[in-house]
Write a protein that binds this ligand. Structure first.
Ligand code: ADP
Ligand code: MG
Ligand code: MG
Length: 890
């Protein structure tokens, strides 16, 4: 015989906290609380297996369920000394849903089940309180009518509001028994009217109606949607809890409340919560009356804290608080009821909390000895650290929302709206806060994005250029806000009737995607002592190194502040877009006379050397990987007439000639075109200049600081050993001539990006010419899937929504495909050269799931955007712990 029903309370606890899969979270924890001696009203849980059996069997219950439920009901009757349906002293129960994980969309709880026109009189007599009895009945009819019979809430509420207005009362507790009796009559009528059915008066019918409604709600559209969004399989099913009622609505020595064992917003070790005298169930959260604080310490003038009003029950609750935290070793979210000064517990679960609270609670509990350091590391979700590193909107500030886009890069930022990168940079240089608003961004906007506080785009997804670059820079970004219309001609944008001109202020919340009018106050991030403690613990546990992708002094400084152990990717092309450089870059590309070209290259050499000097200085001897020029040249070319004219004048050419040269450089598919080492091979003087700048800068900073700088020169987009061999030889020749000129010596490394499938496959041969590999997983994902990141927005979401891909492969590494190539590249590379240093520098370097994979594959380090460095440090420690556990099991 299958056991479908598990009892709890009154000395028979058949469940435990570990049985949440079978009993749901609520049922498992009710049994657990009862078994450690806490006052839990007796009841039973119908298992999630019944839910599965119900659906597998055409919505029919297992045959022996009814007998088991009857037996469990009898146990409650015996425990309470009452009988279900008894007209003198009826037992009342609640029917509560409870899945493995708490899930919106599931059936709401029905309280006071078992009441009808006769049992209500019995309850009035047995309690000696007719007001309480009729208050309970009206609540039951309303809950059952809406939750089980499907009559919309507001029909009942309208009647009650009307009734209260006629009586001239505001507070439910002021309504008398006779008056509630009238309301109940009206409620029965509403049900008749809307369903054509009578309200069921038979308690057994009520019970099975409510149980059926819980199981039915598992497959309702709202629950289905929630499950799909959160990857919860339908096969899990929900449990049903039936529990004897305790009453918080029996008078002024009764109450109901919800509390957290610590402050869920800050993590502070104070009792936190709300309660209401003479109330039931969800009254506290329903906003009918204003709830009161728990402790005197948290009470304001005129409030009535539970500590003062119900001192005995409060003292008991404090004892329970400590007991539960010791037992569960985590912060708990508790629901309780006080009936005639006696405390009852109705629910406990691990409390939801902000990132700041998660951090503080973990550190505090580790210090209190409740949990280990390792537990503390496991408990803070790595990505949640993001919230701690960016300024946030002040929750108290008033605001007018304009629209909402995608939360592409977290944090909050206010500033004056500008529509071009140039204007953005100009205003920022004058010390203004600016928000760059574009239909979408491109590499030419990068310098503007850097100058901006935040970026807002009308088009593009979570992996659009704007989103990726903004995250990389730690700039706030709201992407793809479709209701924005930008008119570049008039420099005005309109959003749902609001017209916003250049210079007007807006505020972005990159954590929610909201866009607000004007300036909304923000609160700055603080790297608390707790944060530093956790990072220290993580560092002592992780194996993977963590570097940052950074090319500006600002980013390099941020990276160090957040604990980066070097730079894994400095993209030199970003240095080419600065307003003082781009002219020289354009002349270098367009000039066809050798002398003119060399002059432009020499000018760039000076800039690049300065760039590297400042980065080497900031990184003070930590490794720095510099990638030689990667993007196709046309990305640097002028578009506007004025820019073309400028280049033409500098070169002594006509505008037409320059235009023709630009046109000649256009490519049909530039991402697969003339870029990376292909450029280095056909235009060796560009790479030579960059190599020289790197080496000269390294020599200079080594001299200055006395610390040996070991630059790592990285060649992009290599597909064959031959490519790397030629580029490497040229670089070595240039290095040799610099060292000869200076009469100096310098240690350096030359390596390559592995970002094409062919390179991963040929890694064994390529390693013969490489001192290190860095997996460029952005391009490797594009080229492995054969899909362009910039065009993926129109179909990738469809793939994810329809389960064709479990995740966006640009966000989280595709283990089976792209990941397999990373693994192959690592193994083959190391087979040739066991000391080959292996890193990864794509967006995946900051994604916890991907980091776990890279740890498994045995890479030496990940490199991510500076603001993700703490996330990566924590995720690397979590990965190391997970691997330890696996090894322990194996
Ligand atoms: P949810 O899952 O929405 O939290 P619950 O099943 O926890 O729903 O029920 C909501 C509230 O109803 C509880 O917090 C409690 O106040 C009240 N409640 C549920 N069962 C009982 C009961 N047996 N006695 C008294 N109150 C109850
Ligand atoms: Mg609850
Ligand atoms: Mg690349």
């Amino acid at each position: 015989m299958t056991k479908w029903v598990y009892s709890f309370g009154n000395g028979l606890n058949e469940g435990r906290a570990e049985m949440r899969n079978l009993l749901g979270g609520k049922g498992a924890n009710l049994a657990e609380m009862a078994s450690i001696g806490l006052p839990v009203p007796p009841g039973f849980t119908i298992t999630t297996d019944v839910c599965s059996a119900f659906y597998e069997n055409g919505r029919n219950y297992p045959d022996d369920l009814r007998a088991q439920v009857d037996a469990a009901m009898q146990r409650i009757e015996t425990a309470m000394g009452l009988r279900f349906g008894d007209e003198n002293a009826p037992l009342l129960v609640s029917v509560r849903s409870g899945a493995r994980v708490s899930m919106p969309g599931m059936m709401d709880t029905v309280l006071n089940l078992g009441l009808n026109d006769r049992t209500v009189e019995g309850l009035a007599r047995s309690s000696g309180d007719p007001r309480f009895a009729w208050d309970s009945y009206r609540r039951f009819v309303q809950m059952y009518g809406s939750v089980v019979m499907g009559v919309t809430h507001h029909h009942f509420e309208d009647v009650l509001d009307q009734f209260k207005r006629t009586l001239g009362v505001l507070d439910d507790t002021a309504i008398s028994a006779a008056q509630w009796r009238e309301v109940v009559g009206a409620y029965h009528e509403i049900i008749r009217e809307h369903t054509g059915q009578e309200f069921p008066s038979d308690p057994q019918a009520q019970l099975w109606g409510a149980i059926g409604a819980v199981f039915g709600s598992w497959m309702n559209p709202r629950a289905n949607t929630y499950r799909r969004l959160h990857d919860i399989p339908a096969s899990w099913g929900t449990a049903v809890n039936v529990q004897s009622m305790v009453f918080g609505n029996m008078g002024d020595d009764c109450a109901t409340g919800v509390c957290f064992t610590r402050d869920p917003a800050t993590g502070e070790d104070v009792f936190y919560g709300e309660y209401l005298i003479n109330a039931q169930g969800e009254d506290v959260v329903a906003g009918i009356r204003t709830p009161q604080p728990m402790s005197n310490a948290r009470a304001e003038e005129g409030q009535h804290p539970m500590e003062t009003v119900l001192p005995d029950a409060y003292a008991e609750l404090l004892r329970v608080r400590t007991l539960l935290e010791r037992h569960y070793r985590d912060m708990q979210d508790i629901e309780f009821t006080v009936q005639r000064n006696v405390l009852y517990l109705l629910q406990t679960r691990n409390g939801k909390r902000t990132a700041a609270a998660a951090l503080k609670i973990s550190i505090d509990m580790a210090r209190e000895g409740l949990i280990s350091k390792e537990d503390a590391i496991r408990r803070v979700p790595a990505t949640s650290l993001d919230q701690l590193l960016h300024p946030a909107l002040d929750p108290k500030a008033e605001r007018i929302q304009l629209t909402r886009g995608l939360p592409a890069s977290p944090g909050a930022a206010s500033g004056a709206v500008v529509f071009t990168a140039e204007e953005c940079e100009a205003r920022a240089a004058r010390g203004e806060d600016v928000i760059l608003v574009r239909v979408e961004t491109s590499p030419e906007d990068v310098h503007g994005m850097h100058a901006a506080r935040g970026v807002l785009t009308a088009r593009g997804g979570m992996t659009s250029h704007a989103a990726v670059v903004a995250r990389g820079m730690g700039r706030v970004c709201v992407a793809g806000a479709g209701s924005i219309h930008i008119d570049y001609a008039t420099m005005v944008m309109t959003i749902d009737g609001h017209s916003i001109a250049e210079g007007d202020w807006i505020t972005l919340d990159g954590s929610t995607g909201a866009v607000y009018l004007g300036r909304v106050a923000t609160i700055p991030p603080v790297l608390s002592d707790d944060f530093n403690t956790l990072m220290g613990w993580a560092d002592s546990i992780r194996r993977l190194g963590v570097r940052a992708n950074a090319e500006t002094p600002d980013d390099a400084r941020t990276a160090r502040r957040f604990g980066a152990e070097g730079i894994g990717l400095a993209r030199t092309e970003h240095m080419f877009f600065g307003p003082d450089r781009i002219g020289h870059v354009r002349q270098m590309i367009i000039a066809d006379e050798e002398a003119v070209r060399q002059r432009a290259i020499n000018a760039l050499l000076t800039f690049q050397r300065e760039d590297f000097v400042s980065i080497f200085r900031i990184m003070a001897g930590l490794p720095v990987t510099v990638r030689l020029l990667d993007p196709p040249l046309h990305e640097f070319l002028p578009h506007a007439d004025a820019e073309i004219a400028e280049v033409a004048a500098a070169l002594g050419r006509t505008v037409e000639e320059v235009r023709a040269r630009c046109a000649a450089l256009a490519e049909a598919n530039p991402m697969l075109g003339h870029r990376g080492c292909r450029l280095g091979l056909t235009n060796p003087e560009i790479y030579a200049m960059q190599v020289r700048a790197i080496i000269e800068a390294a020599l200079q900073v080594s001299d200055e600081t006395g610390k040996g700088i070991v630059p790592e020169i990285m060649i992009p987009l290599v597909a064959t050993r031959a490519e790397l061999e030629v580029v490497r030889r040229a670089a070595e020749a240039e290095i040799a001539s610099v060292l000869r000129e200076r009469g100096a010596a310098l240690d350096y490394r030359i390596g390559t990006m592995i970002e094409l499938p062919r390179a991963a496959i040929q890694a064994g041969e390529i390693a013969e010419c490489a001192d290190f590999f860095s997996f460029g997983t952005n391009d490797l994902t594009q080229t492995t899937f054969g899909l362009s990141r910039d065009d993926a927005g129109s179909f990738l979401p469809f793939y994810v929504d329809h389960g064709l891909l479990s995740k966006d492969p640009f966000v989280s590494i595709d283990r089976d495909g792209v990941g397999a190539l990373v693994r192959m590249g690592s193994e083959r590379g190391r087979a040739t050269r066991p000391d080959l240093k292996l890193g990864i520098c794509g967006e995946h370097g900051g994604d916890p799931d991907s980091i776990a994979f890279f740890d498994e594959v045995g890479l030496d380090y990940v490199s991510c955007s500076p603001f993700r460095v703490p996330v990566a440090r924590l995720a690397a420690a979590q990965a190391a712990l997970a691997h330890r556990e696996e090894n322990a099991v194996a």
